[in-house]
Design a protein. Structure first.
Lengths: 175, 914
């Protein structure tokens, strides 16, 4: 390795280290730990405290007659967990073209379920004062379930309102 | 000794389980006393012992609320036993009501929460009243009250509001003290803490003002001023400030305890503390403060005179009662206690569930082991085949250089074959043994979970008593089959559905005494609840000899309320019509009955029973009565199923619902009335394709030619046939629910892992029958929620948003008395949640609230298209023009200042906006 390459490598390592340090610790006070991921190519995040684990999806058992945004169930330690396809829930039936191979297993509103996401971007510590309310022209299908957005386009999902939303879990027409 | 959190949790669990048993036993005794059965003295002794044990364990664990209330109950039992007051129906009412409260306290108990709730205060008051009656034959005068809004309420409502206010005020005081300590200790962001404290103080002041607690309002107002300065960043909070503010909180706490609504005269202590607060805010100089102190003496004298006599008694009611040492209560002998220790141990339900889950996992793992047996058999056959091939080679290569080597190889393969065969046999034997042991463990564990049906009979007797009393109807209750054992979880789950069925039976089923007499029926109606075992299920039949259900009324209702055409309605059979009673939101009644028109409906009964893997059916004969049968599984986790394959999926269906699987002759299948039927045993049974019903395949069932496999299933007294692709086997499966989120999916009740590791979907026969039957579920019927049904005939639905429970209660009471249905939320976020799931006609909101204030809420409501039409009224203690302008700028339709709040103004404003 040339000396130039070595310097570049050190610089990159230092930069990576700096980026790895939560912003909040550097210059802000209260911060929210979030797990960030992609859905339909857009950045979303959920409160890390609600996340039980992240797993690559193995087998999905599809459930005929279940709601459209329920991809099926996955099994974890002998228990069934519903896999929610937020693409379909947030984007009115849109499928998208990207793979969604990751399951973010969460506990919210007394329910355990998994969000099917395209890519896990990692854990961030977002300073609370950088979270703003959703703009007025925000997609109404999502707005109720978004607790805030950031200037650079990250939407923080409010799992509590999501899980309580009518028609999110139980198919009311199922009787 | 210090307990860990897990130990405390376990102790609380044991305490809860034990207490519920005591409470159930007490309820049983009270009802027996009321019915005049048994020896009263013995019953009182038993009740006394139960109450004493409950009180004792509550005291030992430091659950003062339960201890205090049970102590009063015990005192009342003492005077009843001594005959100092009569054991009348009213007294039993009070005792049962106190038991309900104790049960609520036990179920929600948390260590360290010792402040009595308003309900507990109320019940203590009722019990105290009985004690007072016994001592002096009279009760104390009620506390005097007066305030603008409250003057329009009845004295009972006022008392309830005051109790709520006191409890809420103490909660605010506790929160404020905690926030002040956090500020002092530097725990958290001081700006945020001061802001929270400001909101707490503001809420306290607001509810005190609303309910006319002038002294509390006055002191809190000055307290809030100091926090306001700090909140604005004009002043920094010092440790002297914290001392002062904590002292103020002590004064406010006393004011809450000792003042009544309408009491404005400050005590000298209150005047002094206000002066200190004013001094701190810089409004007064040192000299002025001294001057104020001189005035204090005068105020103090006046103040003391102004305090009404009733203060003492009302303060006592709100104060937790201290336990007195009890000498009289009989105690269990040491031998008894020892015996109990030997015979029983208590474990938490969570631990039992964990063991059951592990045994279930073991069962599943064993299923996979079982699937290795054929594999071993295959290896054994392969070894034999290999040996045969070697033997052929041996013949061919005899007398060559390979002869010896082949002999050695053949010998080894022979040994391998023998070993494999022996291992297979041993494996099969051991596997059978393990299966037997696992099944034995499962059966034992299930037995642990069983409880006799009679455990819910106490509650049923109780409910029938209450319902009959409320409706003025007379009913004789017969209970049978209480000895049958059922899974505790099943029993717990069906308590509420049974109550609803009973309410329906008394409220709508049983006729009035006059009508019964005119129809030649007995004056007293008969209600029966009988349990009986049927195979691997238990049936609970609730029957009445009332007027029965008229199918024609259901038919008319379907046309009028559900938009069904006459032709559609006429095509429904009586069974299908009766089935409609189980549809969400379906009612044949125009109004909402106090007894059975609210809460769970028959749809919820059906949902609960089917979720448990059971089924419900209703039979009725017009003029003779109605019987509702709940068929429930004895155990909940394992289920014998038929495995089948359709559209490439492995599916399972409970074996108890499968009558037969046949390959019918082609002439037995025909088209009838637009659908296929199969003629079987002289009966035409509707036929459908399982794959199509599940949405796994499309096409017309009748279009497929050739041999078809047909599975007949029954549900209640109805039969249906389904074509399936392949029949696999009958097997025992562990039913796993679909997960927390999917409580209800049509046609599927859960999943199960098979021995191969494959997941089978377990079908719900009740849904399948309905789906195949068609016409029963109405596609035109929009799902209706109970809350929406309730509102149908009322004036309108109002959402009241206020962080003060007292203000919420006051506004709710005022509006309900004007005929409105009222929903409530404690801040803006919660209000949006309520709006997302409920229909509302108008929103009434406070301005100052945590999380999301009224201005932001108004703005949000007005900015969302789905809510923008909703009128919003802001009701607040902020009364300046500037505040009003802020509220109206956010989109509020009206702005009312709390102090000016009257029922008439509020109702009038709502009326104008609706």
């Amino acid at each position: 390795m040339s000396s130039k390459e070595a310097i570049e490598k050190r610089l990159l390592e230092r930069r990576a280290e700096e980026l790895g340090v939560p912003i909040a610790e550097q210059e802000y006070g209260e911060s929210i730990p979030l797990l960030e991921f992609f859905i339909m190519g857009n950045r979303y995040a959920v409160n890390l405290e609600k996340v039980e684990t992240v797993t690559r999806i193995g087998d999905i058992v599809t459930i005929p007659t279940s709601l459209n945004h329920i991809s099926g169930i996955i099994r974890r330690r002998g228990q069934s967990i519903a896999l929610v396809n937020l693409r379909r829930f947030f984007y009115s039936g849109a499928e998208g073209i990207a793979d969604a191979d990751f399951a973010v297993i969460v506990n919210a509103g007394g329910k355990r379920f998994a969000l099917q996401v395209e890519e896990i971007l990692g854990v961030i510590h977002l300073p609370a004062d950088l979270v703003m309310s959703t703009p007025e022209n925000f997609d109404p299908a999502q707005a109720t379930h978004i607790s805030g957005v950031t200037i650079d386009g990250l939407s923080v999902i409010n799992l509590e309102t999501l899980v309580k939303a009518r028609g999110f879990g139980t198919d009311e027409s199922a009787g | 000794m210090e307990f860990t959190e897990a130990q405390i949790e376990e102790l609380v669990g044991v305490f809860k389980a034990e207490s519920i048993e005591h409470i159930k036993a007490l309820a049983d005794i009270f009802l027996t006393l009321e019915e005049g059965r048994g020896n009263a003295n013995e019953l009182f002794d038993r009740a006394f012992r139960e109450a004493h044990s409950l009180k004792g364990s509550a005291g030992t664990l430091g659950f003062q609320r339960v201890e205090a209330l049970t102590h009063r109950l015990e005192d009342v039992l003492g005077i009843l036993k001594r005959g100092e007051i009569e054991t009348s129906v009213e007294v039993i009412d009070i005792l049962l009501s106190a038991l309900d409260t104790i049960r609520g306290s036990v179920e929600n108990i948390r260590p360290g929460e010792n402040e009595l709730t308003e309900d507990e205060v109320e019940q203590t008051r009722h019990l105290e009243k009985l004690l007072q009656t016994a001592r002096a034959g009279s009760t104390g005068p009620p506390a005097s009250t007066s305030s603008s809004g409250m003057s329009e309420l009845g004295s009972e409502q006022v008392q309830q509001l005051l109790a709520v206010f006191r409890a809420e005020a103490k909660e605010h005081i506790k929160n404020l003290a905690e926030l002040l300590f956090n500020i002092e200790e530097g725990k958290g962001d001081p700006t945020e803490l001061v802001s929270k404290a400001f909101r707490e103080a503001h809420s306290l002041k607001g509810s005190a003002g609303t309910l006319g607690f002038g002294r509390v309002e006055d002191v809190t107002h000055h307290f809030e001023d100091i926090l306001g300065l700090m909140n604005d960043g004009k002043e920094e909070i010092t440790s002297e400030d914290i001392d002062l503010l904590l002292t103020v909180l002590d004064v406010v706490r006393k004011a809450v305890d000792t003042s009544v609504s309408g009491d404005k005269q400050l005590t000298d202590e209150e005047v002094q503390i206000i002066a200190s607060l004013k001094k701190r805010t810089g409004e007064l100089s040192e000299a002025e403060t001294e001057g104020d102190n001189e005035q204090v003496l005068e105020s103090s004298e006046k103040g003391q005179q102004a305090i009404p006599d009733t203060v003492e008694s009302s303060g006592t009611i709100g104060t937790p009662i201290k336990q007195k040492p009890d000498q009289k209560a009989p105690r269990k002998s040491a031998d008894d206690t020892e015996k109990n220790r030997e015979d029983f141990i208590r474990i938490s339900e969570a631990k039992l569930e964990a063991v059951i889950a592990q045994v279930s996992e073991l069962f599943e793992a064993n299923l996979q082991l079982e699937s290795l047996t054929p594999e071993l058999g295959r290896f054994s056959v392969m070894a034999v085949e290999t040996l045969e091939m070697i033997e052929v080679l041996q013949v061919e290569l005899e007398n060559t250089i390979y002869e010896n080597d082949l002999f050695t190889i053949a010998d080894k393969v022979r040994n391998l074959s023998v070993h494999l065969s022996t291992t297979k046999k041993t494996f099969e034997r051991d596997e059978r043994q393990i299966t037997k042991l696992i099944q034995g463990s499962q059966e034992e564990l299930h037995r642990v979970r069983l409880a006799p049906v009679s455990t819910i009979f106490v509650m049923i007797r109780r409910q029938v008593r209450e319902i009959a009393k409320a409706t003025g109807k007379k009913a004789e209750l017969y209970l049978g089959g209480g000895e049958y054992a059922v899974d505790r979880k099943v029993l717990e789950a069906i308590e509420e559905p049974l109550v609803h069925i009973l309410r329906n039976a008394v409220d709508h089923g049983i006729e009035s005494t006059e009508i019964r007499r005119s129809k030649g029926k007995t004056r007293v109606a008969r209600l029966s609840i009988v349990a009986r075992h049927t195979g691997d299920s238990v049936e609970i039949v609730v029957a009445d000899d009332g007027k029965g259900v008229d199918p024609e009324i259901i038919r008319n209702s379907l046309m009028k309320k559900q938009g069904m055409t006459e032709a559609e309605a006429n095509s429904l059979s009586t069974d299908q019509l009766l089935d409609c009673l189980f549809m969400a939101g379906f009612s044949t009644h125009i109004g909402v009955s106090k007894m059975s028109g609210r809460g769970v409906g028959l749809d919820v009964v059906k949902y609960t029973v089917e979720r448990l893997g059971g089924e419900v059916r209703l039979e009725s004969n017009l003029g003779e009565g109605t019987a509702i049968t709940l068929r429930l599984p004895l155990a909940m986790s394992t289920i014998r199923c038929l495995l089948l394959k359709d559209s490439g999926r492995v599916l399972a269906i409970p074996a108890s619902n499968v009558d037969k699987v046949i390959v019918p002759k082609s002439e037995d299948i025909k088209l009838l009335g637009g659908g296929e039927v199969i003629t079987y045993q002289g009966e035409n049974i509707p036929l459908g394709s399982l794959g199509e019903i599940l949405g796994l395949k499309s096409g017309i069932a009748g279009s497929s030619k050739g041999e078809r496999l047909v599975m007949m299933i029954s549900f209640g007294d109805r039969r249906f046939a389904f074509t399936i692709d392949e029949l696999l086997e009958y097997t025992q499966l562990i039913l796993k629910p679909l997960g927390d989120l999917l409580e209800r999916v049509a046609n599927i009740s859960g999943t199960s892992m098979l021995g191969t590791g494959e997941i089978a979907l377990v079908l719900n026969p009740a849904d399948l029958v309905r789906a195949a039957g068609g016409g029963v579920r109405l596609s035109t019927a929009k799902p209706i929620f109970p809350s929406e049904v309730e509102a149908t005939d009322l004036v309108g639905r109002v959402l009241v948003v206020d962080d003060s429970i007292a203000t919420r209660t006051l506004e709710k009471t005022l509006l309900e008395s004007a005929g409105y249905t009222v929903l409530t939320a404690s801040d803006g976020y919660k209000a949006l949640d309520v709006l997302a799931t409920n229909r509302c006609d108008v929103v009434i909101s406070d301005v100052q609230m945590p999380n999301m204030d009224g201005i932001e809420l108004t703005h949000t409501i007005k900015s969302r298209p789905q809510f923008s039409h909703l009128p919003v009224i802001l009701i607040t203690s902020l009364g300046s023009d500037e505040d009003k302008a802020r509220g109206l700028a956010a989109g509020a339709d009206a702005y009312i200042v709390k102090k000016e709040l009257t029922q008439s103004e509020l109702v009038e404003t709502i009326g104008q906006l609706l």
